[in-house]
Structures are given as structure tokens and as C-alpha cells.
Write a protein that binds this ligand. Structure first.
Ligand SMILES: [Zn+2]
Length: 1013
């Protein structure tokens, strides 16, 4: 009837599309409301008619019956009629808002109303023109009649601001009580009157109840003014005014409801106060999560952007608020710390055969010196003091960079590991802080990627080698200066200068400009060489400062031995030639003292390659070439930069030991006939082939299949075009394109079918050989599992299993576990062998073999454990030497194969360890890189475009390796780690000590037997 807060949208007439007063007249015409007071033009609702209307029009499911509700308006509480659609609890009763799409058929009714009203208005205009001329605001509902004031009277009166006018209409009782003096009543008089009335009416309490003229209850509550919460609480208890308030709002039985309404209202409008109050009361609220914490969580759980959105949506639904703050830091940083990425594409023809379909090898690479610079400036920009002291420790020595590369999971990836802390400092921390994690002492970043099935010299040299090489060269010859501009927000810049620079400083006013230049002196390295001053071209803002200088970089390369061979320009030689020295396989078999231990140098490699180029007559002997056949790839790196790859070496040796042991079981313990061994070998071969075939099919489904579909769609489009085009030349061209596409589709479909057929064939092969094997076993009278199978089950209990990635070998982690638990495992195996051995097999030979195996595994454990010590001291270096010589002496006495890996451990690992330390340079970070790569693949599996996929990956990685994110992750790890108490730490200490003692015993035993010093 009456607009709430003068908002016409809140009236029924508005939703019907009427001018308010015409709408009222119309509704009166329908009988739903009636004119209540002729004079004031006020209407009242005829409730019974509405009920009837809802019933007749079958609106029960969307409308409630009419109700009267008190609403807060600009002029105080008022009662209004409400015709509710949908949600009754909505505060603003704007009918249109309450309509949902389901309820839109109400609009039809509106149109019907419109037609009727047009007729009604015409009729009314004719019959009663004057009735329409009434004032707009004169229409009120009956219940609010008392609020319709006579405005004219007010306008005429003028009075003293301190006095109050008591009008007969407003306050007839007061007026008659005061008589003539009513025109000069002061506010203070009324004030006193009010207080007196409260005193008279409010017995004991300070709330006074009264009745409005229309019968509704009113309540006046005296609200005390307070200074702080303490007095608020005191007054509320004493005066009980809050209780009165709640009681009045909802009645004595629903005070809880009223309290809830008020709390909700306050929580909504005074969010901060509400949160603080809840915390005070000990009800934790979900706080909004800042972007760094959120990113730390997303990256730790490997959640991609789409998944993030879904989770955010659910959390928002659950907790009401958006609980994450929007991220901006990362967007800005992405551009600032971005390193340019070069993309390329190489077609690799296997064996140079151009008739064959080439393997497509897309690749990307980055300048590693740029990566180092950006990563370190990022670290400095966001570093706390702790990080700065860390970095300053490398400023006094040098920064170690390890470049590692490896093939795995369908791609070749090259990573660099940048140390951010000096070795000395790390040792110190490890000794003093038991919670110290050496993982915090370096950064890892990928610098190159090639998608290929197997890396080789040709692919490497045609894709990333040159760029990588120049990046490495820059690092090897440079120092890095960090410069901070004066303003707080601006970021640090890194500048590479010659590593022979001295007296590095920022100078002002060199060229008359107000900028700074970086200047330094460089002295030639020969005697009596000139010293000259260099001025950098780049300029820096005035008052910029040099934060720190990394004086030099120590660069090392790690990877498997085949990779070293490739890099050195001697591909496919790794089973015969050593990358570190000029000895070959036959020489490795001799004792170290009898070998040709001439170092292989970069000069030798270069000279030999020159000789080969000139050797057109092919007179050079393979023995003279010493494995060299191509150019070196990383020109600046010499052999001293190559780290003996501990992980690969250990894996190779442990697997060799284990293979030998298994074949000994087959031949000596189980005495398996040759044909059964053959069948067993065939089963494992066929299983491996099957795995390869299945992987191939999976890949084909993702690539060829998609291509076929795309081409088919293209054909369809072209065919449609043929029908439209008239020009014969164009038609011919289109037909040619179509038939080309069609033939390529047929070709690809055939290829796909072949791949599928291959899988089937492999499956058949596996089945055939499995059947044969079980037949042979039954023939021999041993249908149950073989000893080897049982041993594998035993190893499973130690979580040691042969992975499919390494061609059925144990991976690095499994090798560690195997050698670490040598004693228990050999004990258990001994039991299995004794129980299941062939009758002809001698128990003593089993005893001896198991003893040897334990000794061998134990020695492998000690040698690699000593070599893996981070930044070893002299004692530890000596221990490593002793362990290695004991291992190799025993290795030789067991007549195990002297492979290149065994040779490298015997001759090259310890000299390297003495000089640089191998522990921090082992290649497991490259292995972890493959896992990161696999994770990224699963994150961005849907992206088929190589460049887009790489960019998304690199962006996501940059974000998750942000210093703030890493810091947060470390914090969380520390906080959750706290549970491990002292007894845990003691336990760990004891275990470490036990291991150390065991290792020493293994080594000492062999030292005594072989009399090694
Ligand atoms: Zn060698």
C-alpha cells in the first residue's frame, strides 16, 4: 500500500507497472483492497479476497497469504502489508527481486492486469476526474493513518529553536494538559517530563512499555552511555536493558531468536568488530588466507588453476566469505623475474635415415646465467635477514652451480642447482641445529627441455647445447654484482662483470648525468699486464647501493656416463672408454696401479677431433682415437667440472651384484634347466616389450588419434567448400588438398592400427611364454613360485621393488634400502634358500655366498655413504678412500665385472671428493626434476601446444618457487614437525651411530683380509 522508505519499488503497484495511486484504485476495483478513509484516501487490504485470489489463480506454491509485518523505515517502525513471493526473510521487500525464472508466469498476469487497468482508467477519467487529481502522498494504509500529517499547518508556523510546538493533531493529550503554554514549551521541560514519566511508568526497570493507538506494543528503553566494554557489561547486567530489548523484539519465548538476529546484523555490518569479538569469546573464525599462504598450499598439493577455482568455490559456499585474498604479487613478479625462453623444433631421423618418419623433438632452453641472476635477485628482494646472511656466506667464497641433465619420462631435461649458502656454513648449521634441512641451502631451476624418446649426441647438439654452453661460459668467467636502487619498493638488479674485476664501486656524475655507473678495474693475468678501468654501460639511479658481490661461480656438470660421453664428443663409447682418463675397458680390469691413468683433457679432445677431421684417408686407429668422434658440446667445461655421478654409479653396481646373485640362485641353488631359464628370460623380455608397446599406444592415442580427428574435421570443412565454390581452378585445388589429407588420414590410421596390433602381439607373446614356463615347472615337479619370485616378495616388505622405468632394475631409493638393510635381508634370504634349494645343492656353499653378499652390500653402503657426506672434512675424506679401496678389493676378489662404473668409483671418485666434495653434487636433484616434470605433465595434460604448455609450466613453477612461498612451506613443515620429540631424536641418533659402526666393521674386515692400509 505504502512505499517502504519512500521507495516505490517496494509496492505491489510498481511490480504491476502502475503509477501508485492508479494501481491502488485498480486493486480497489478488483476488490482485493478497499478505500478505508475517503478523506485521507487511505486503503486497507481485504485479506479474505487475497486468500481467495491465491486459491483461484492457483498461486499457492509461489505466494504466501498476506501478512502484516513491522519494518524499520526512515521514520521509525511501521506496519505494512506484505505479499510475499519466495523468501520471507529478505530484508528489502522489493517484489521484483523475489521473482525467480520459475515464477515469471506472474508476468503474464501483469500483462492481463495492464489491459484491464487501461480500461479502468478510461472509465474512471470519464466518471470522476477529480478523484485522480489527489496528492500522490495522500494514500496510506489504515494502520498508518496517524503518520499522515497535515503539512500545511507545519509550514505556517515559526518558532524559537529551543522551544517545541505541541500541536493538537500530534499530541492532543499533551496539548490539553498544557493549555495555552503549549506554544512556549522548552525542550528541557519535555526532557524532564519524559524522565518523570519513565520514573512513574517504569517500575524498577528502565524500559517502559506502552501501546500505540493501533494496538501494537511499543517499548522505550533507556540505553546507558558507556566508556568501555567493562562498563557496558556492568550496565547491561545492572539495568538489564539488553534483555528488555530482546524481550521486546521477539517476546519472552523467542529472546534467543532476537539475539541471533541482532548478532547476525552486527556481524554483517561491523565485520571487523564481530571477528574480534568472536576471537575474544574463543570462537575461531575462518580468517582470509593471504596469497602467499594460498600459493604455498596450492603448489605443495600440486593443484592447477582450474582445480583451484573449484575448491575456492566450494569453500566460499561453505564458509560464506571469500576466504582467499586475490593474488597480485605473483602477477607483477612474473614479468619482472621472467627469463627469456627460446623455443625450437628438431626433426630427428633415426640413424640418419631420411626415408623414415622423423621423431618430432620440440625443445626450449634458457640462458642459465640469466636464470642464476634472476633467481638470486628474487631471493634477495624477498629475503629476511637470515637469508641475507646465508647469501653473504657465498659472497666471501664462491657460488657453486651444478648443471645436471638426464633423460626420463619422455623428455630430456637440464636443471641447475644454485647454492645459496657456503659449505662451511651448512656444516656448521648441521652440527648445531638438529632441525636444519640442507634442502634450504640451494635453489633449483630448469634451463632446458627436449621432448624425445632417447637423448643422443645429434639431438643435443642440434637443439640446446650451444645456448647452454654459452650460458655456462658466462657463469664461469663472471662475478655477479647486486645493486639496489634507493627507493624501498624498487627491486635489486644483478649485473655480470669479469671475475677478475677489483675495486668494484658505483660512481656518480661520470658523464654529467645524475645517474650512477658501475666501475671496476681489470688486470690482465700475465705478468706486468696493464690494469684498466671499466665503466658499465648500464646506469643506475642516484644513491643506488651495491648489496653484495658474488666473486665467482664454480660450475659442475652431472648426469649419467652416456651423457658425459655425448658432451665430450665421444658418443656411444661409454662402455669402452672412460670420460676422465684415457684408459679403456681392458685396462680397467688391471689393478689401478697398473693402469694408464693419463688424464683426459679438453685440449686432448679438441686436438683429437681436429685430427679426425683431417684424417680423410681413415688411417686413425680406434685405439688412437680414444673414443673421440665428434666435437665437444660444452666448450668451456673441462673434465675437472664433471662430477662422478654417485647415484648412477651406486645403482649400476648394486644392480650388477644383484643380477649376478640371481643367476647364481638359478644355476646353483634351484638348478633350473637351461630351457626353463630361457623361458623365464623370455617372459620378462616379453613383459618389457608389452610395457613399451602399451606406452606407445597411450602416446599414439594422445597424438596421432587427435591429428586424425583434426584432419577429418578439416576434410569435412573443405568438402563443404567444394559445394559452394564455382571456380574450377579452386575446386581442383580443394580436391587435391582433400585427397592429400585423406591419404594422410589413411596412413595414420594404419599406423595406429599397427600400434594396436603390436600391443596385442606382445600380449600374446607374454601369455605363450608364461604358459611354457609353468609347463616346464610342472615337468620338473616344482609348480610353485621360484626362489627368485619369493625373494622379490621378501624385498617387497622392505619396499624394494624393480621399477619399470629403469628396465627392471632397482632405482636409487631401492638400492639405498637394499644396501642399508644388507644384514637382515641376507639373513632372510638364507632361510628361503635353505628351505627351497635343490637336494644336490650344498648348504655350505649357500652359507658362503650369503656371507659374501652381505659383505658386498655392506661395503657398497659404506663407500657410498662416505662419498655422500656433504662438504667432507679430512677424516671423512680418508674414510671414503678406505671404504672405496676395501669395496674394490672385495669386488675384484669376487671376480665381478669391472665395468666403467666400477672403474670410475675405483679411480676417479675419491680424487674428485678430495678436491671438491661429491656429497652436495650428486645428481638426485635431476631425478627429482623428472618427478616435477611428470607432475607438470599431469597438471597441464590438456594442453597439446608445446609452447603454451611449457609457458604455463614455467609460470606455475616460478610462482611455486617464489621465496615467500618457499618460506611459508618451510614454516608449515617446521610447525608440523614439532611433534617429533626428544626420544625420537635420540632414537635417530642411536640408529645413525649403529649404522656408522656397522659400516666400519665391513670395511675393517676387508682391510684385514686384503691387508690394505
Ligand atoms: Zn678413468
Amino acid at each position: 500500500m505504502t512505499p517502504v522508505n519512500s521507495d516505490h519499488l517496494t509496492t505491489l503497484s510498481s511490480v504491476l507497472g502502475f503509477e501508485h495511486h492508479i494501481g491502488l484504485q485498480f486493486l480497489a476495483g478488483t476488490g482485493l483492497i478497499k478505500l478505508h478513509n475517503e478523506k485521507t484516501q487511505s486503503y486497507s487490504v481485504v485479506q479474505a479476497e487475497w486468500e481467495k485470489f491465491i486459491l483461484e489463480e492457483d498461486l499457492g506454491d509461489i505466494m504466501e497469504s498476506v501478512n502484516r509485518t513491522t519494518v524499520n523505515t526512515d521514520v521509525g517502525k511501521r506496519k505494512a502489508y506484505f505479499i510475499n513471493y519466495g523468501n520471507k526473510a529478505r530484508l528489502k521487500h522489493i517484489p521484483k527481486d523475489q521473482l525467480t525464472s520459475k515464477q515469471l508466469h506472474i508476468i503474464d498476469r501483469q500483462l492481463k492486469f495492464h489491459r484491464q487497468v487501461s480500461k479502468a482508467i478510461v472509465a474512471m477519467r470519464v466518471s470522476n476526474n477529480q478523484a485522480l487529481g489527489g496528492r500522490k502522498n495522500s494514500v496510506c494504509s489504515a494502520s498508518e493513518a496517524e503518520e499522515c500529517e497535515d503539512e500545511e499547518e507545519l509550514e505556517d508556523t515559526t518558532f524559537d529553536p529551543d522551544s517545541v510546538l505541541i500541536s493538537d493533531a500530534d499530541a492532543p493529550n499533551l496539548a490539553s494538559l498544557l493549555g495555552e503554554s503549549r506554544k512556549r514549551v522548552t525542550k528541557s521541560f519535555l526532557n524532564n517530563l519524559l524522565l518523570e514519566m519513565f520514573k512513574v511508568m517504569g517500575i524498577k526497570s528502565n524500559a517502559v512499555e506502552f501501546d500505540y493507538k493501533n494496538g501494537t506494543k511499543g517499548c522505550a528503553i533507556l540505553v546507558p552511555k558507556v566508556k568501555n566494554y567493562l562498563s557496558f557489561d556492568k550496565q547491561a547486567r545492572r539495568l538489564q536493558w539488553m534483555k528488555s530489548l530482546l524481550n521486546h523484539i521477539a517476546g519472552p519465548d523467542s529472546m534467543e531468536d532476537a539475539a541471533q538476529w541482532i548478532t547476525t546484523y552486527l556481524g554483517k555490518h561491523y565485520e571487523a568488530s564481530f571477528t574480534l569479538a568472536s576471537e575474544d569469546l574463543g570462537f575461531p573464525l575462518v580468517e582470509r588466507m593471504d596469497e602467499v599462504s594460498a600459493e604455498a598450499m596450492w603448489s605443495a598439493a600440486n593443484v592447477n588453476v582450474v582445480q583451484q577455482r573449484i575448491i575456492r568455490k566450494h569453500l566460499k559456499f561453505c564458509f560464506g566469505n571469500r576466504i582467499f585474498l586475490p593474488s597480485k604479487v605473483f602477477k607483477d613478479d612474473r614479468t619482472h623475474y621472467n627469463v627469456e625462453t627460446y623455443y625450437g623444433f628438431y626433426k630427428f631421423y633415426r640413424n640418419g635415415d631420411k626415408m623414415q618418419k622423423p621423431e618430432k623433438c620440440p625443445f626450449w632452453t634458457r640462458d642459465s646465467s640469466e636464470v642464476v641472476c634472476k633467481e638470486l635477485t628474487k631471493l634477495l628482494d624477498y629475503s629476511s635477514n637470515e637469508v641475507s646472511t646465508k647469501l653473504s656466506s657465498i659472497c666471501s667464497t664462491s657460488c657453486t652451480i651444478i648443471a645436471g641433465a638426464d633423460q626420463g619420462q619422455g623428455a630430456w631435461r637440464s636443471w641447475i642447482k644454485i647454492s645459496t649458502e657456503s659449505g662451511e656454513r651448512i656444516r656448521e648449521q648441521m652440527a648445531t641445529d638438529s632441525n636444519y634441512d640442507p634442502k634450504t641451502s640451494y635453489l633449483i631451476s630448469q634451463v632446458a627441455h627436449i621432448t624425445c624418446k632417447k637423448d643422443n649426441y645429434e639431438i643435443l647438439s642440434n637443439t640446446v647445447a650451444e645456448r647452454l654452453s654459452s650460458g655456462y661460459e658466462k657463469l664461469q668467467t663472471s662475478a655477479l654484482v647486486f645493486i639496489k636502487p634507493p627507493s624501498e619498493q624498487s627491486k635489486i638488479e644483478g649485473v655480470f662483470i669479469s671475475k677478475h674485476a677489483s675495486n668494484v664501486q658505483l660512481e656518480h656524475n661520470l658523464s654529467g648525468s645524475d645517474k650512477c655507473h658501475l666501475t671496476y678495474y681489470v688486470t690482465g693475468r700475465e705478468e706486468n699486464a696493464f690494469t684498466f678501468k671499466n665503466v658499465s654501460e648500464e646506469t643506475f639511479e642516484q644513491n643506488s647501493k651495491i648489496v653484495c658481490i658474488i666473486p665467482s661461480f664454480q660450475l659442475f656438470v652431472t648426469g649419467d656416463l652416456a651423457f658425459y660421453a655425448d658432451v665430450l664428443g665421444m658418443p656411444n663409447s661409454s662402455s669402452y672408454w672412460c670420460p676422465w682418463c684415457l684408459s679403456s675397458r681392458p685396462e680397467w680390469q688391471m689393478l689401478p696401479s697398473e693402469q694408464n691413468s693419463t688424464e683426459r683433457t679438453a685440449e686432448f679432445q679438441k686436438e683429437m677431433y681436429e685430427k679426425i677431421l683431417q684424417d680423410t684417408a681413415k688411417r686413425l686407429n680406434p685405439v688412437d682415437k680414444k673414443g673421440v668422434s665428434c666435437q665437444m658440446q660444452y666448450k668451456s667445461l673441462t673434465l675437472t667440472n664433471f662430477v662422478p655421478p654417485l647415484l648412477h654409479l651406486e645403482m649400476g653396481m648394486v644392480n650388477l651384484v644383484w643380477d649376478e646373485f640371481e643367476s647364481w640362485i638359478d644355476n646353483e641353488v634351484e638348478m633350473i634347466p637351461a630351457h626353463e631359464q630361457e623361458a623365464r628370460r623370455k617372459v620378462s623380455e616379453a613383459s618389457q616389450l608389452l610395457e613399451v608397446a602399451i606406452a606407445g599406444k597411450k602416446e599414439a592415442d594422445q597424438t596421432i588419434n587427435i591429428e586424425i580427428r583434426q584432419k577429418k574435421a578439416e576434410i569435412k570443412v573443405l568438402k563443404g567448400e567444394v559445394r559452394k565454390v564455382r571456380d574450377p581452378g579452386t575446386i581442383q585445388h580443394l580436391h587435391a588438398t582433400i585427397s592429400l589429407l585423406e591419404s594422410s588420414v589413411t596412413e595414420q590410421t594404419n599406423a595406429l592400427n599397427e600400434i594396436k596390433g603390436n600391443v596385442k602381439k606382445c600380449q600374446e607373446q607374454v601369455a605363450i611364454w608364461k604358459k611354457k614356463l609353468s609347463d616346464y615347472k610342472i615337468e620338473r615337479g616344482k609348480p610353485e613360485a621360484s626362489i627368485v619370485a619369493e625373494i622379490e616378495m621378501l624385498l617387497d616388505q622392505y619396499r624394494i621393488s624393480r621399477g619399470s622405468y629403469h628396465g627392471g632394475d632397482f632405482n636409487g631409493v631401492c638400492c639405498r634400502k637394499l644396501v642399508g638393510n644388507a644384514q637382515q635381508i641376507t639373513f632372510e634370504i638364507r632361510r628361503i634358500l635353505m628351505a627351497k634349494k635343490n637336494e644336490k645343492c650344498d648348504e655350505n656353499s649357500i652359507e658362503k655366498k650369503m656371507g659374501d653378499l652381505e659383505q658386498l652390500l655392506g661395503l657398497l653402503d659404506s663407500a657410498y655413504a662416505y662419498l655422500n657426506i656433504l662438504y667432507p672434512n679430512e677424516d671423512e675424506k680418508q674414510n671414503a678412500k678406505k671404504a672405496v679401496s676395501a669395496l674394490m678389493a672385495f669386488w675384484r676378489s669376487m671376480s665381478l665385472n669391472m665395468t666403467l662404473k666400477a672403474h670410475v668409483i675405483e679411480c676417479h671418485a675419491c680424487p674428485f671428493n678430495d678436491k671438491w666434495g661429491t656429497g652436495d653434487k650428486e645428481e638426485s636433484f635431476v631425478e627429482q626434476g623428472h618427478q616435477v616434470g611428470a607432475r607438470d605433465n599431469s597438471r597441464y595434460a590438456r594442453l597439446t601446444n608445446f609452447v603454451k604448455k611449457s609457458e604455463s609450466t614455467l609460470n606455475a613453477r616460478q610462482q611455486s618457487s617464489h621465496p615467500l612461498v618457499l618460506e611459508q612451506q618451510q614454516k608449515i613443515e617446521k610447525a608440523t614437525k614439532k611433534r617429533s620429540n626428544e626420544s625420537h631424536a635420540k632414537n635417530r641418533e642411536m640408529k645413525t651411530e649403529a649404522k656408522r659402526v656397522k659400516r666400519e666393521t665391513y670395511v675393517k674386515k676387508i682391510q684385514q683380509i686384503h691387508k690394505i692400509q
